[in-house]
Design a protein around this ligand. Structure first.
Ligand code: ASP
Length: 348
């Protein structure tokens, strides 16, 4: 997809300060490829308005009152699950959490049957994390509820990429022309796949770096500059995004030891000095200190890792809100907010 410029979409007289229809075309968010460049910008702009809600003394608006959202997580999660749940609560949705260990999956039920049973209870949205690529697509076919992919195996994690783009935009003012180096276990990373798509749409120049054994085949064809030299990847970078070594997805040995991985690919202060003077360091979490990142970098002044976490709530609020609009076929101007001015009635 061709890079797009980032036009200003602010229109202070609309309820969200947006001048576009406040909804998405699709019922589900399964992949970054589901979104047009305009929809990506709409989500990022809407997230700015949502972030403001989080600064209020009563951090709640009635936008999703009466909506039921099921958070169905078959893989461990701290940030994604918590931020979805906080986002849902800030929008006044009714939330239900289902974890694999406490569900009938542990008794042998298939994913399809679990989904059919949940669908029978008429939820409005299902946020799904699963170890299999394509789990969200299966859910979207089986369910009338909106499906949000919160990570499907090695395939995609679209809301994480949106969080990352939001954080970069906030720090740098835009993404077009920025040099973004993504370093780590590229092969097993759904965060890498979603980010690659999104960063290219927004016009960033992406460099990918990792051990040759953890690269994707045909990297250049994906429009990325690939290198196995961290020094080369870091030189002049505006954004350095580190990825976790995903041992749980590895069958066999991809590198000799964690210690050697850190020596060859770990982000240290010495390596960081080669980046642009105002470069920021990102990590989607969970971090492995002393493997892909040194503690002094993780906790240092260039790190925006906790800003990514904070922004996760606002971006997920935006996605939930806009998908709810698409589900109801909302008219331009936004989904009905219960009485029109519901957006402002904080704390109801
Ligand atoms: N939290 C991210 C994910 O679920 C990154 C990671 O686990 O390394 O994909």
């Amino acid at each position: 997809m061709a890079p797009t410029a980032e036009p200003s979409r602010r229109a202070p007289d609309s309820p969200l300060g947006l001048d576009a229809p406040v909804r998405l075309r699709t019922k589900d968010l399964l992949s970054i490829g589901d979104l047009s460049p305009d929809e990506i910008l709409l989500i990022l702009d809407t997230a700015e308005a949502m972030k403001e809600v989080g600064t209020r003394s009563i951090k709640k608006v009635p936008a999703l009152r009466g909506h039921t959202v099921v958070n169905l997580f078959f893989e461990p999660s701290t940030r994604t699950r918590t931020s979805f749940e906080i986002a849902e609560k800030r929008l006044s949705a009714d939330t239900v959490n289902v974890a694999a260990s406490g569900s009938s999956v542990s008794k042998g039920e298939t994913l399809a049957d679990t989904l059919r049973n949940l669908e029978a209870m008429s939820p409005d949205m299902i946020v799904l994390r699963h170890a299999s690529a394509g789990a969200g697509h299966l859910a979207a076919r089986l369910c009338g509820a909106c499906i949000i992919n919160a990570g499907d195996g090695m395939h995609e994690h679209p809301t994480q990429a949106l969080v990352d783009a939001f954080t970069i935009r906030e720090r740098k003012g835009g993404l077009a022309g920025l040099r973004v180096s993504i370093i780590g276990d590229l092969l097993h990373s759904r965060v890498f796949r979603s980010n690659l798509r999104l960063l290219r749409v927004l016009g960033a120049q992406v460099c990918a770096c990792g051990p040759a054994t953890l690269m994707l085949p045909d990297m250049e064809r994906l429009g990325v500059r690939a290198t196995t030299s961290v020094d080369d990847a870091v030189a002049g970078a505006d954004v350095i995004m580190l990825l976790r070594v995903q041992l749980e997805r590895m069958r066999g040995h991809f590198f000799p030891s964690r210690r050697e991985y850190f020596q060859r690919f770990g982000m240290t202060m010495a390596r960081l000095r080669r980046a642009a003077p105002d470069a920021v360091v990102m990590h989607p979490g969970p971090m492995n200190r002393g493997v892909e990142i040194a503690s002094e970098v993780a906790d240092g002044s260039r790190s925006v890792i906790l800003e990514q976490v904070a922004n996760g709530v606002a971006v997920r609020m935006a996605v939930l809100y806009l998908l709810a609009g698409s589900r109801r076929g909302a008219a331009p101007g936004g989904p009905a907010l219960d009485g029109g001015s519901g957006w402002d009635r904080a704390g109801e």
